[in-house]
Design a protein around this ligand. Structure first.
Ligand SMILES: CC(C)(COP(=O)(O)OP(=O)(O)OC[C@H]1O[C@@H](n2cnc3c(N)ncnc32)[C@H](O)[C@@H]1OP(=O)(O)O)[C@@H](O)C(=O)NCCC(=O)NCCS
Length: 149
């Protein structure tokens, strides 16, 4: 795989990040939501850069010893090359280093790619939330990864 550079997401990354989000989700995050992540001291939005361009991004936050994966996407033309796995592993390593004990996330029930990805990275299904998502209306599958201390 071409070398990946992980960097904290910056204001100037937003046009590229928004482009990936728009191509990746039926209801993508707005620019305002990404800006909140850039400014929140609890959040850690990162980008994966490959050959200078942004290949994907992952936003997470950490409150005390519990974290959440909030948003993750990879450029459609760069998928199935391990970029999302690399973003998750980098994020998990950082969270663990900060004393995190559990990482939570929600994913659309129909999102087989993401469900397979998270399972491959060690997340376990904990349940579902009925009609959690809109545009289109859909259940969420909830997942968790607990770090062994
Ligand atoms: C889900 C997503 C982030 C995966 O990104 P990616 O860089 O292609 O994922 P990776 O290459 O790291 O895949 C790692 C593993 O995840 C699983 N996986 C990824 N995409 C898959 C797919 N389309 N179908 C089945 N399994 C898939 C596989 O186990 C894969 O390992 P393998 O390629 O050796 O079989 C990407 O498809 C995406 O951006 N989708 C739209 C946005 C989205 O759904 N984000 C998640 C919201 S919760």
């Amino acid at each position: 795989m071409t070398e990946i550079l992980f960097q904290r997401m910056k204001e100037e990354d937003l046009p590229e990040v928004l482009g990936i989000a728009t191509l990746s989700f039926t209801a993508p995050w707005s620019e305002a939501l990404f800006r909140i992540e850039l400014q929140s001291p609890l959040s850690r939005p990162i980008v994966a850069r490959q050959q200078g361009r942004i290949a994907g991004y992952l936003c997470s936050n950490l409150v005390l010893d519990e974290a959440q994966v909030l948003d993750l996407a990879v450029r459609p033309d760069l998928r199935r090359q391990g970029i999302a796995s690399a973003l998750i592993r980098e994020t998990l390593a950082c969270l663990r280093g900060k004393g995190c004990r559990a990482v939570f996330l929600e994913v659309r029930a129909s999102n087989r790619a993401a469900l397979a990805l998270y399972a491959a990275e060690g997340f376990e299904v904990t349940g579902t939330r009925k009609n959690y998502y809109t545009s289109p209306l859909e259940d969420a599958v909830t997942m968790v990864l607990r770090f062994n201390s």
